[in-house]
Ligand binder design. Structure first.
Ligand code: CDP
Ligand code: CA
Length: 537
């Protein structure tokens, strides 16, 4: 009956297709003496079921292999440790990233910021034996947080900034002693120690610039960012970086125009296939702590009977300082005068206007050899675009509740500062319980200093252009350390990585389509096979 249902042409094509698709299966089944009629019947009845079963099985295998190839390998993480040995304190940062995604989305994030107890490492020159205790707690954290089997491959760097730069200017041998002691100490841990060194002011500025633009997702289009507008705007300009430390301060940005005088101050980077010429300048002695020391040294000459009134301290606040301490520093020695006493009592008067005036004298703008200078005769292109201000800029402005989204005008900032500076110390001290006295007593000076510094940088109407930032996108703190590590571990490639052939959803969709086509071919094949089977039997 069935034979009759097929025309001559149909029979031939059915025979051809059946032969091609199942030649191997048929030869396996029948050429090996499988001529038993019961088996023939069994196969003719159940052939479709068997083929279907084989087909489903191969689909499952195919799918499982596909998924395993495409799965998220969450276990394969890498780690990096960077010590920021600042002038006032040391912090250890631990970064973590997925080994697979490193050149792809470039998502590196901070898992720890361990604050080392004690002052900056430059103060350890005469007590090197205390360094092991100094670093032990944070190194213990690193051992705890990074899986043991990853210790040997985890790089560890230490970068020292302006405190050590100053010490190196004063006594290079002492600075080297500290670095050698830190080197032998960090090498004794099971991590991959990659050096302890003093980084230059330009490096500090440039790595800070890389960090914030990397975290904001600007360096690479469609890089991870929680701000969707950043992903859409492909020609997003980079942010400038403003870093304020205790001993130095950095300004770094991509200038609109470059003059002959500023060309030598440009640092060139090629990141994700794009070239950047970044202007950066570091002002040593213009960090917050050194600026205050210089101011106290400058004003101490006004002392009468071992005391003087300080407008940048709150009324009722008093501090006694050793003249030796302020005069014997590299930053303040130019203000040295002979005084008939060794100690000086500084009494706060809380006068904001006088404080600003007094800070003015720390900036020298009288002489500029170039067409445009910020201060101290440093030739500098005009600032433009957005800036991210971090480190002490952020700590101070956050404390004063003056970060950009809350403040709309410079007048508002002035008013706030005037009120804060004139608040009696007793009130300030009892209102902000828990804030370290050193920081609390200096916020009036610090806020006023930041106002002046930004003015000398020529930021006019700057509250619209400056964002005070701490952790960016909840990923990592703004600062030079992340940029330093990204650079030394080559995490940011010079060229854009080639695009992945398929995204995960595309890959899965293709698998499904391919499987369905395969299913259709099998079903069609088995139908044709059965028809040809009946035809021949
Ligand atoms: N919570 C904090 C922590 C630090 N700071 C200040 O932030 C500055 C950090 O400077 P740093 O130690 O990184 O010094 P540099 O080596 O970068 O010049 C210091 O002036 C600290 O006093 C602050 O004002 N509030
Ligand atoms: Ca710093």
């Amino acid at each position: 009956m069935r034979k009759d249902c097929l025309s001559g042409n149909q029979k031939r094509s059915a025979l051809g297709a059946g032969r091609i698709l199942f030649a191997s299966l048929a030869s396996l089944s029948f050429s090996s003496g499988y001529q038993d009629s019961r088996l023939k019947k069994f196969f003719s009845r159940n052939g479709t079921v068997i083929l279907g079963f084989i087909f489903i099985l191969s689909l499952i295998v195919l799918f499982a292999v596909g998924l395993s190839q495409n799965r998220k390998t969450s276990e394969n993480f890498k780690y990096g440790i960077v010590f920021d040995a600042g002038s006032s304190h040391t912090t250890m940062y631990i970064y973590k990233w997925s080994a697979e995604k490193v050149n792809d989305t470039g998502l590196v994030y901070e898992i720890e910021a361990c604050k080392v107890k004690g002052p900056g490492i430059s103060t350890y020159a005469t007590k090197l034996q205390e360094l092991p205790i100094y670093l032990t707690q944070c190194m213990g954290r690193a051992k705890e947080l990074i899986p043991k089997y990853k210790h040997q491959e985890t790089p560890i760097y230490l970068g020292a900034t302006a405190g050590m730069r100053l010490l190196s200017l004063e006594d290079a041998k002492l600075a080297n002693k500290i670095l050698s002691a830190v080197t032998s100490l960090l090498s004794s841990y099971p991590f991959n120690f990659r050096g302890a060194r003093i980084i230059s002011g330009s490096e500090e500025g440039a790595y800070g610039w890389i960090t914030i633009n990397y975290l904001l997702g600007i360096l690479k289009e469609k890089q991870y960012s929680k701000d969707p507008s950043l992903e859409k705007n492909e020609s997003q300009e980079t942010y400038g970086a403003l870093d304020l430390g205790g001993a130095s301060t950095q300004i770094t940005f991509v200038p609109k125009t470059v003059t002959k005088n500023t060309a030598s101050k440009l640092m060139k980077f090629r990141l994700y296939g794009k070239n950047y010429s970044v202007f950066t300048h570091s002002y040593l002695c213009y960090g917050m702590d050194q600026a205050l020391l210089r101011k106290l040294a400058k004003d101490s000459k006004n002392a009468v009977l071992e005391a003087y009134m300080e407008p940048c301290f709150h009324p009722g606040y008093e501090r006694t300082v050793d003249l030796h301490e302020i005069y014997n520093t590299t930053c303040a020695w130019t203000f040295k005068v002979w005084l008939p006493f060794n100690k000086i009592r500084i009494q706060g008067s809380g006068n904001f206007e006088k404080c600003l005036q007094s800070i003015n004298e720390l900036f020298s703008i009288s002489y500029c050899r170039y067409t445009s200078c910020a201060f101290n005769s440093v030739s500098r292109p005009s600032v433009h675009g957005k800036f991210g201000a971090f480190s002490a800029y952020y700590y101070v402005m956050e404390f004063l509740n003056l970060t950009s989204d809350k403040v709309s005008s410079r007048d508002m900032v002035n008013e706030k500062m005037r009120t804060f500076c004139s608040t009696p110390w007793e009130v300030v001290n009892t209102t902000f319980i828990g804030v370290k006295e050193k920081y609390l007593s200096e916020y009036c000076f610090a806020g006023s200093y930041i106002l002046k510094l930004l003015e000398y940088y020529n930021f006019t109407d700057y509250w619209n252009h400056i964002e005070f930032m701490d952790k960016i996108n909840n990923n990592a703190e703004a600062g030079w350390t992340l940029g330093y590590m990204l650079n030394l571990t080559n995490i940011i490639p010079a060229e854009l990585p080639p695009p992945k052939p398929f995204s995960r959803p595309t890959y899965i969709s293709l698998m499904v389509v391919f499987s369905l086509v395969l299913a259709a071919v099998f079903i069609l094949g088995s139908v044709l096979f059965h028809k040809s089977w009946y035809f021949w039997n």
